[in-house]
Design a protein around this ligand. Structure first.
Ligand code: HEM
Ligand code: HEM
Length: 185
């Protein structure tokens, strides 16, 4: 692994793999939810079954990622960061961890309530049991609202996060992106 105290320090391999895997799955899930709105009922049901399974996998990977992070401290922030940049990145990263748990959990609760206690099938391989919430319409509606609201919060954070990454790469020309991209020199 890289040394920890210089600008060459990177996130650990595990943190990098989990970052990119989870990022791809989240973007896929957001796209699937929106694209499916234009589909026939049957097609939408198929896409949303995959949306639910991918979402549960994101939840599991996020738990793994948090455990991994507790065992592998991230590299120290670049010394060149201004105080507001360091503070903003901490807020955005904490917001991501919260949403990576809260979005799948509200989706799972919504699905449990809508389907009156049916579990979520993970691609027909295993079925995750329903969460113990009220199995009625108002409960389903409440979690649907929350799920949507949180997902829009996630979209806003992604825009901010990617803008930050691009600013560091193209304007500041510093090592920020390198810390999360193993093949960059
Ligand atoms: C990575 C995690 C997830 C993300 C980013 C995500 C994102 C979204 C988005 C953007 C929508 C569309 C919101 C709207 O405009 O109505 C949506 C809808 C939905 N999500 Fe998720 N979701 C995730 C996980 C889950 C999980 C784990 C489940 C269930 C087990 C789930 C079930 C649903 C359902 C049933 C809808 C449709 C709601 C409706 O039609 O009113 N989602 N999701
Ligand atoms: C859904 C998409 C994404 C999510 C949820 C996400 C989430 C996160 C989180 C939580 C961290 C903090 C890691 C930690 O300290 O434990 C992080 C770091 C980072 N992400 Fe993302 N990310 C996403 C997409 C992207 C994209 C598209 C890029 C590049 C354009 C990117 C570039 C980075 C970089 C460079 C860091 C390290 C920042 C630093 O050293 O302070 N991420 N990301």
């Amino acid at each position: 692994m890289d040394s920890t105290n210089t600008s060459a320090a990177r996130y650990s391999r595990g943190a990098i793999v989990l970052h990119w895997l989870i990022a791809v799955l989240i973007v896929l899930n957001i796209a699937a939810a929106f694209v499916s709105e234009e589909m026939s009922k049957d097609d939408r049901a198929t896409v949303m079954a995959n949306h639910k399974a991918i979402g549960i996998i994101v939840l599991l990977l996020t738990v793994l990622r948090i455990v991994w992070r507790l065992m592998h401290r991230p590299p120290p922030l670049l010394e060149s960061l201004k105080a507001w940049e360091a503070a903003l990145s901490r807020v955005v990263h904490a917001g991501f961890y919260f949403l990576m748990l809260a979005i799948p959990l509200t989706g799972w609760a919504m699905s449990s309530a809508f389907s009156k206690g049916a579990g979520v099938s993970l691609f027909g391989l295993v079925t995750v049991p329903a969460l113990p919430v009220g199995y009625d319409k108002p409960t389903a509606g409440l979690f649907a609202e929350l799920h949507e609201l949180l997902a829009f919060g996630m979209i806003a954070l992604i825009v901010l996060h990617v803008a930050g990454a691009l600013k560091h790469q193209l304007i500041d020309k510093d090592d920020t992106l390198r810390r999360m991209v193993p093949w960059m020199n």
